[in-house]
Design a protein around this ligand. Structure first.
Ligand code: GLC
Length: 651
């Protein structure tokens, strides 16, 4: 598209649209004026970008201008309904747009039903969240869903209704406010790739309404599905093969990338873009500050491709981002793209997703824990940890999903690792099949065609606690505690926001009871989605309990993180420690420089002076973990699984 053409048309369209959308703000009184002024400033700032994206995506439709007007009307209506406290937050965040890069940021994620049964019960736990140091809380999907199997809430039947077993939208909105007042930002999923087949749009489609059939990808016969299918991968090969489902009500095939009841939305239809924008802004007005964009890689289809990570998928997110900047400026996006690392990074930009999961760091930490070597971790992180300076990684060890070995094959080959064999080794290791393995993981989604397999399990069970407890072996228990703390050291000191999967803070073990529930038995991810409870404060009499140890040691590290300005922002430089077992990186901010070194082996490991000199010219350090001072000149010695956070004291 000619670059000169867009600005002029954008301007013309906006001047035509403004008088048509403004009346949504009500009679032209003082309130109207105030509402309009802020809105207009942002609209004019973002408009050309939004217009350009929408023209690219939908400009070929004969009724494009109609859709443009609908989209803007949605934005203006949503702004007029935005609660005052959120508008104040918008202003604060516009003043301090990089607030999320603070060393104070620590996230937690939980399932409401598993954690507190009901939404109404969650506020009771805020003191626990605060004591743990959380400033960000992600509630796993809690919307209305089909009864029975619903992919853990990821098949949404109504974005504006909470699952009645959990609570109500009013309770969510009240909770968002309370959390905000306590300094905790609420994060929620925006399950944007698909709805459940019980969503009203799907129901209308099933009843034969062609407008709603166009909300999804539906086909009268197999000819197009077969052409698409030839290039697609199976996401849940254990439960089903192929990406299309026959719907007898419609007498049509529907695109269902994930489960057969999760219908992919058709974003090539501007009505879908607008409808989903409305749901997004609704959630923003409920008080959600961060939306986790679920399964973003899949939202655009193109024949002849694998239909993942298409350029238009990025454009759709960017257009949502521009709309959010206009109508809910403090709303941020976190991308959930669990794809090849080259692709993960493409979703990260201030104008797309400001936050992103860091699946590569997660997977490679487990890889290094199994191999006791950091060569792949080192090689990959050197190249791939850097992102746009106004964005941040979300660093995690475990989440509600499986672990997939998503490293780049070339990264592996560069350090002498055969990627296929290595994935096989890791799968054997983490399912406890290989000799000497400490892990108790479960296989997830074995694909016999490709040999691919992923791993389920809790942090503690994967790191060895379950096996050590079963063996009643204190040394092994001790080694597990050290391994877990080592991983935590990296999660809390690497550039980005650490995210704790709640339960892991006290060493939750795998829970195999899901195997007797027919709605869950086929999905091993339920082994780490458990009702087990422990909460500091309830078990005060037993300060010796292992749970306390896990919890206290994590809290101490979190408190330490919050005191170290060097851990602000994303700057992180990985360096060669000269020892294949030691992973080292430098963090620096506001004149503070930290050298972080992590020993992945169960043996004492030296780091030579020469390597330390290469990393820093400091002559003295304080290890902020143990409080001991270290004089440069003799190299370093790290105990098994030890980690050092060395503050450079003099140069
Ligand atoms: C995301 C979720 C996962 C879910 C899938 C389909 O990857 O994390 O749990 O199964 O999307 O919605």
């Amino acid at each position: 598209m000619n670059g000169d053409w867009i600005p002029r048309q954008a301007e013309k369209s906006l001047e035509r649209l403004i008088p048509r959308i403004r009346p949504a703000l009500g009679p032209e009184d003082e309130t109207h004026q105030q509402l309009w002024e802020g809105f207009e400033t942002r609209l004019r700032r973002e408009w050309e970008r939004l217009f350009r994206l929408l023209v690219h995506l939908y400009g070929w439709q004969y009724d494009f201008f109609y859709h443009l007007e609908q989209i803007l009307a949605t934005a203006v209506r949503s702004w007029s309904e935005r609660p005052e406290y959120l508008k104040r937050l918008d202003a604060e965040r516009e003043e301090n747009p990089l607030w999320f890069q603070s060393e104070e940021m620590v996230g937690g994620v939980l399932y409401v039903d598993l954690f507190s049964d009901k939404l109404a019960g969650l506020p009771e736990h805020i003191s626990y969240f605060k004591q743990t140091g959380l400033t960000y809380l992600h509630l796993m999907p809690l919307f209305a869903v089909p009864h029975g199997y619903n992919d853990g809430g990821y098949a949404v039947s109504d974005y504006r209704a909470i699952n009645p077993d959990i609570g109500t939208m009013e309770e969510l909105s009240a909770l968002a406010r309370i959390l905000h007042d306590e300094g905790i930002s609420l994060a929620l999923d925006f399950v944007m790739n698909h709805t459940s087949d019980e969503h009203i749009w799907a129901q209308r489609a099933k009843s034969g309404d062609p407008d709603f059939q166009e909300y999804y990808y539906t086909f009268p016969d197999r000819s197009l599905p077969d052409q698409y299918q030839a290039h697609l991968r199976d996401i849940f090969p254990d439960s089903r093969r192929g990406s299309f489902t026959w719907n007898p009500d419609m007498g049509r095939w529907v695109w269902t990338t994930f489960q057969s009841f999760q219908w992919d939305l058709n974003y090539a239809n501007p009505a879908v873009f607008r409808a989903m924008a409305e749901e997004m802004l609704f959630l923003a007005n409920v008080g959600v500050q961060v939306l986790r964009l679920d399964a973003v890689a899949f939202i655009w289809k193109r024949l002849g491709t694998d239909c993942e990570n298409q350029p238009e998928a990025h454009m759709i997110i960017q257009a949502f981002n521009a709309l959010a900047r206009i109508a809910a400026p403090s709303l941020m996006f976190k991308s959930e793209a669990i794809v090849h690392p080259d692709e993960v990074i493409r979703y990260i930009h201030p104008e797309e997703c400001q936050l992103s999961y860091n699946p590569l760091l997660m997977a490679l930490l487990w890889e290094a824990l199994a191999t006791r070597e950091v060569k792949l971790l080192n090689n990959a992180m050197k190249k791939r940890i850097r992102i746009h300076p106004e964005c941040a990684w979300v660093n995690y060890l475990r989440c509600h999903d499986d672990i997939g070995w998503t490293f780049d094959d070339a990264d592996a080959r560069e350090v002498g690792i055969d990627p296929k064999g290595h994935r096989q080794f890791l799968n054997d290791f983490y399912t406890g099949r290989s000799p000497g393995s400490f892990a108790r993981g479960m296989p997830f989604q074995y694909n016999p065609d490709t040999g691919d397999l992923r791993i389920s399990g809790t942090l503690a069970s994967l790191a060895g606690l379950e096996a050590a407890l079963d063996a009643g072996d204190d040394d092994r228990i001790e080694a597990t505690v050290q391994r877990i703390n080592l991983l935590r050291s990296i999660m809390l000191s690497a550039g980005g926001i650490p995210l704790i999967y709640l339960g892991d803070e006290w060493g939750m073990l795998n829970d195999y009871t899901f195997l007797s529930d027919p709605a869950k038995a086929a999905d091993s991810r339920w082994v780490h989605r458990s009702r087990q409870r422990w909460e500091s404060g309830k078990d005060l009499n037993n300060a010796e309990a292992l749970e306390w140890r896990f919890y206290n040691e994590l809290c101490q590290l979190i408190q330490l993180r919050k005191k170290l300005p060097a851990l602000r922002n994303g700057y992180m430089e990985v360096f060669d420690t000269g020892n294949v077992h030691l992973f080292g990186f430098i963090r620096e901010y506001a004149g503070q420089r930290l050298v972080v070194i992590n020993n992945f082996s169960e043996f004492v490991q030296p780091m030579a002076q020469a390597q330390l000199n290469d990393a820093t010219a400091a002559t003295r350090f304080a290890d902020r973990v143990t409080g001991q001072s270290v004089t440069n000149g003799k190299g370093l010695t790290l105990a098994p699984y030890q980690f050092l956070w060395l503050e450079c004291l003099s140069v």
